[in-house]
Design a protein around this ligand. Structure first.
Ligand code: DC
Length: 222
């Protein structure tokens, strides 16, 4: 395994923006594992257009479909069987389906080797809910990014506004609450703070401050 900087945390803590910039600054590969989960969810949304809740699919049904999924990921873009789905997977509905499907052990088991493969090839900044605990427990560096519920809901609200969505703050707050609940209470790889991860509360910090702090910590102990 090459050097892995594993970055965990709940949605809205700033993981994506920060991980991408840290990877760029260090010349590391940027692995957005949420994009892989989202691509799986996008596949299921197309395959079962009538389905509104994928929690109800059985492991057998999911497993049968997983064999058809070919994902190609290259830091900036993600492809499903050759189709560029990078933007399509960002739709709020896909986020919801992703949260349902990522709670399934079969899905997590399917994506595990793919995630680890990148770290065999490249020095990697790996971002996602179980990076420090399950996927890369022996990561070179570990960080946990957090923020208050209000801050994360505000960020989500602003993000959806930027995407031109019809949204109000209360819906964004509800959305973050529900996702937190689902992500932290699921049986497999729930969101957890690894005791050896460096904890950063980003609520009152700018993106630049968080990036600078991570780069400082990496340099200190390199
Ligand atoms: O980080 P994101 O918003 O793109 O993640 C979308 C969903 O995928 C979220 O509900 C958590 C889930 N996810 C996961 O379970 N494990 C990961 N390593 C990454 C994302």
């Amino acid at each position: 395994m090459k050097r892995v900087i594993a970055i965990d945390g709940p949605s809205g803590a700033g993981k994506s923006t920060i991980s991408k910039e840290v990877a760029k600054a260090l010349g590391f590969f940027y692995l957005d594992t949420g994009a892989l989960y989202r691509t799986v969810a996008y596949y299921f949304s197309k395959k079962f257009p009538q389905c509104n809740d994928f929690s109800s699919l059985s492991d057998r049904e999911i497993e049968n479909e997983l064999t058809n999924i070919q994902i190609h990921y290259d830091c900036d873009k993600v492809f499903l069987k050759g189709e560029d789905v990078s933007l399509l997977i960002r739709e709020p509905k896909i986020g919801e389906f992703t949260s349902q499907l990522s709670a399934k052990k079969v899905v997590r088991t399917f994506l595990l080797p793919l995630q680890r493969k990148f770290a065999e090839l490249y020095d990697t900044v790996a971002e996602g809910r179980d990076m420090t605990t399950v996927v890369f427990p022996d990561a070179w560096k570990k960080f946990y990014l957090d923020a208050s519920l209000e801050t994360r809901a505000k960020r989500r609200y602003e993000q959806l506004l930027r995407l031109g969505k019809d949204i109000n703050f209360d819906i964004a707050l509800q959305d973050v609450l529900e996702r937190d609940k689902r992500d932290s209470t699921r049986k497999d790889a729930p969101l957890m703070i690894s005791p050896d991860a460096f904890y950063i509360d980003t609520s009152k910090m700018s993106i630049e401050e968080v990036i600078t702090l991570i780069l400082k910590k990496v340099a200190e102990s390199a």
